[in-house]
Design a protein around this ligand. Structure first.
Ligand code: C2E
Ligand code: SIN
Ligand code: SIN
Ligand code: FE
Ligand code: FE
Length: 399
């Protein structure tokens, strides 16, 4: 039976065991260059922020550690009582009941299994083999635990080497090291993913709320995000910054939630006094967001403040000019005006595309950053693709 005590030593010390391995032990493993496999994976993992790529690196590490043909990372979906394969060398995403097969058995019992004659094991489910068109000769499956000891998945290696070879207790020990590491990384990564998704959802909901108040129905917020991202990418902005802007730019008009309905929803032209009040939405938005230390909200505060500044210094609220206007502000200005002109508003109808393009050509170097206008106009096909993709349902202008 499985030796619990020893395994917990391994669990606790994980990777360190390898780096402190004595020479004799190291020599025994050197044919598969285990140390190299582990260190290589750790190096890659440290530099990888994309969850799916991270999981592939982990699966690679597991596979190489035990010399298997393929490696599957089954995630336990507690709500649906299913295992689903998030990463696999041999499978596309599939779902199986959590009570199913060897993987399911390991998820429920928490006991690792080495199966060298799967088709003689009543728990084995040959259906996966049939679906995928391969034959499992042997497999190794161990539970993945989070830091509280709860099982969050199953790590499974299939088919040791070639021909007659079998998985051994030694393979199990190596695989366990990988699974311990993976458990920790996975937990951190899933939590981070959830936090980021939640943040984005909150930010997006906030932005939508502001736009809904001004009756800017449909996908305005989404389009501004996409146009901003496109422009940022075209301007050569690093990927992370471009992504931050993508999530920040929808908040440009968040300050409008503090503007009275009588002005915000006025069907006709605003008086000078009303325009003055309306213009405070930039400072109001900035004040709402400025205290945050979160990168997206910090970026959003800049965007709120600067999205109505003009390249020639004739915008508002501070009459900043040229490159003194943050690139986030300059980009969002182009994205916002393009979308405002192309959409119906309570106070105006959508403009035909030719008229919009004429305005941008005329305002190149006046209202807008000339470089950005060029990038926008030279990539109009991509712009219109976004417009088409996030088309408003409401095609007729409001009465
Ligand atoms: P918005 O509707 O989101 O418009 C954003 C920006 O798009 C405007 O900033 C302006 O730069 C551009 N834009 C929109 N419509 C036109 C247009 O017909 N012609 C031109 N040349 N540019 C246009 P702006 O002007 O600082 O306005 C800021 C916000 O103030 C607008 O956001 C809108 O909510 C409000 N607003 C502006 N003018 C009026 C108006 O006449 N009536 C009402 N009810 N609201 C207005
Ligand atoms: C099982 O866990 O029983 C099936 C796994 C597989 O064939 O990959
Ligand atoms: C910059 O920040 O100056 C480069 C992007 C641009 O303005 O086009
Ligand atoms: Fe605005
Ligand atoms: Fe807007």
């Amino acid at each position: 039976m499985w030796r619990k005590k020893e395994s917990s030593t391994l669990l606790l010390h994980g990777i360190i065991i390898y780096s402190h391995m004595d020479k004799k032990r190291l020599k025994r493993f050197s044919d598969r260059d285990l140390l190299h496999v582990v260190l290589n994976a750790i190096g890659k993992i440290a530099n990888e922020r994309d969850v799916d790529k991270l999981l592939i690196i982990m699966a690679d590490m597991g596979r190489d550690l035990v010399g298997a043909e393929s490696c599957t990372l089954w995630m336990l979906d507690k709500e649906r009582q299913e295992l689903w394969s998030r990463v696999s060398h041999s499978l596309k995403e599939i779902r199986i009941p959590a009570s199913h097969g060897i993987a399911g058995h390991v998820a429920l019992s928490g006991e690792p299994e080495i199966i060298n004659a799967p088709y003689e094991d009543p728990r084995f489910d040959g259906e996966v083999d049939i679906i995928m068109g391969y034959r499992t000769r042997n497999l190794l499956a161990i539970p993945i635990q989070n830091s509280e000891g709860q099982i969050i998945g199953v790590f499974q290696a299939v088919n040791k080497g070639t021909g007659e070879s079998m998985f051994t207790q030694e393979d199990m020990d190596h695989f366990l090291i990988a699974s311990t590491y993976i458990g920790k990384q996975l937990e951190a990564v899933l939590l981070q993913e959830e936090i980021e998704t939640t943040q984005r959802e909150i930010i997006f909901t906030l932005a939508e709320t502001a736009e809904l108040r001004s009756q800017e129905t449909g996908y305005h917020v989404k389009r501004v995000a996409e146009y901003s991202w496109l422009l940022a990418t075209l301007a050569g902005m690093p990927e992370t910054e471009a992504k931050i802007l993508k999530f920040a730019s929808p908040l440009h008009d968040i300050g409008k939630i503090a503007i009275p309905d009588a002005i915000l929803l006025k069907p006709g032209k605003l008086t000078n006094e009303e325009i003055e009040i309306m213009r405070t939405h930039t400072q109001l938005g900035y004040d709402m967001l400025k205290h945050s230390d979160r990168r997206i909200l910090k970026a959003a505060s800049i965007v709120a403040m600067e999205h109505h500044e003009h390249w020639d210094g004739k915008g508002y609220p501070r009459k900043t000019a040229g490159e003194d206007i943050h690139i986030y502000g300059r980009i969002t200005a182009v994205a916002d005006v393009f979308d405002a002109l192309a959409s119906h508003r309570v106070y105006k109808k959508a403009w035909p595309m030719e008229k919009i393009l004429t305005l941008f050509r005329e305002e190149r170097g006046k209202q807008f950053d000339p470089t950005l206008v060029d990038l926008f106009l030279n990539n109009l096909d991509k712009v219109l693709e976004i417009r088409e993709q996030y088309k408003d349902q409401l095609e007729t202008p409001p009465e």
